[in-house]
Design a protein around this ligand. Structure first.
Ligand code: MRU
Length: 369
């Protein structure tokens, strides 16, 4: 495998959220710098940053962008050095205006938290990260300066822990991949979807790092093509053999016996193991069962929502019908026809052979929480 550097998926530098604009890949690799809450929410909604764990990191840093936008006057800035350094310096916060009250700071954070959390409802990591940040400003900080430092520390911890969780779950999952494996995956679950290593695709990377031969089959993932555009890009740059297929070809591929296992990520896992993931995942799970191929889910524990007893209560994001009727400005269906565009579906736990988290691989029956 070629050298696979950690992708700078979402970073906070000099008061701005720096993201790889994933809507431009694979044609263009561009880092965008977001300095307003509105720009952060637009980037999340438009999938410039996407994938459940990466949404959590972007959401946490997005709260800090909102504060910087409101009171940034050039004399202070949020600046993170994670993941390159263990701890970010908080010296750059010293110039935060003394006249800003704790009350006003917390009110801005509350408002930004509501806005960010509502931007994409299915991936629980976004709400999880925002709620985790909220425990900081509802905690015991006594000065605005110490609160800002604590918020930066917490956002950095979310970022760093995601990298650690992905590496750990990759190692656990790699044990399930045979040598000379064909692995079918859906959507994108690599470095682009996380802090930089990946969940389901991280399992593949870990298996390859352990010396196994793996061939990835990437469902193109209509309508936004995360599989074709992003998974294939990540595998290709990592030197991992990859074949892109339209979703309609998955049944034929599975029936031919060249797939050893299916591995997907998750946007939310209910207490009983029912799993929401990119639309089309359920169909792949049903096909895998039909052809006797194990179907695995890989996700950090931040994707588990123990408050939901089963998948029926998972909110499913409905997206603009034009994503189905157009692609890249070209009509793919006649204007004016109806289009059905749920962004996620729920795979029942009974179809899932194992759920892999940073704590290991668990088999059914699942009981989280
Ligand atoms: O709409 P997206 O691209 O954010 O959907 C992403 C997925 O469904 C991923 O499979 C999931 O978030 C896991 S990412 C590690």
């Amino acid at each position: 495998m070629r050298e696979r550097m950690i992708l700078p998926t979402a970073r906070l530098q000099h008061g701005a959220l720096h993201l790889i604009d994933q809507t431009l890949l694979p044609a263009e690799y561009r880092i965008i710098e977001l300095t307003t809450l509105e720009a952060v929410c637009e980037a999340i909604y438009m999938l410039r940053v996407r994938g459940a764990p990466a949404l959590g990191v972007a959401g946490a840093y997005g709260l800090l962008v909102a504060v910087q936008e409101t009171w940034g006057d050039g004399s202070w800035e949020f600046h993170s050095t994670v993941p390159d350094d263990e701890i970010s310096s908080t010296e750059s916060l010293a110039g935060f205006p003394a006249g800003v009250s704790m009350h006003d700071l917390c009110a801005r954070l509350d408002q930004a938290a509501r806005t960010i959390a509502a931007t994409r409802p299915t991936a629980v990591n976004l709400k999880w990260a925002v709620d985790r940040m909220a425990t900081v400003w509802r905690g015991d900080a006594t000065t605005t300066h110490s609160l800002l430092a604590d918020l930066l520390d917490e956002a950095d911890a979310i970022h760093r822990e995601d990298l650690d969780m992905c590496r750990a779950l990759g190692a656990h999952g790699a044990a399930l991949i045979p040598d000379d494996a064909g692995v079918l995956t859906h959507c994108n679950t690599g470095g682009l979807a996380t802090s930089g290593y990946g969940t389901a695709l991280g399992v593949v990377f870990a298996a390859v790092e352990a010396g196994k031969q793996v061939h990835v089959f990437a469902d193109e993932t209509r309508p936004l093509l995360q599989g074709a555009r992003l998974t294939a890009w990540e595998c290709h740059r990592g030197g991992i053999p990859v074949t892109v297929l339209v979703e309609g070809a998955a049944a034929t591929l599975l029936s031919q016996g060249s797939v050893s296992c299916v591995i997907v990520g998750a946007d939310r896992i209910a207490a009983n193991g029912d799993t929401a993931n990119k639309i089309g995942t359920l169909g792949v799970a049903i096909l895998a069962q039909r052809y006797g191929v194990p179907f695995y889910v890989a996700a950090p524990s931040s994707t588990i929502d123990p408050a939901l007893s089963d998948g029926s209560a998972i909110p499913i994001e409905q997206r603009d019908a034009d994503e189905v009727r157009h692609f890249a400005g070209v009509a793919t269906a006649p204007d004016g026809v109806h289009a059905y565009n749920p962004a996620f579906d729920v795979t029942p736990a009974e179809l899932i052979a194992a759920i892999i988290t940073e704590n290991g691989a668990v088999r059914p029956p699942y009981r989280f929480g």
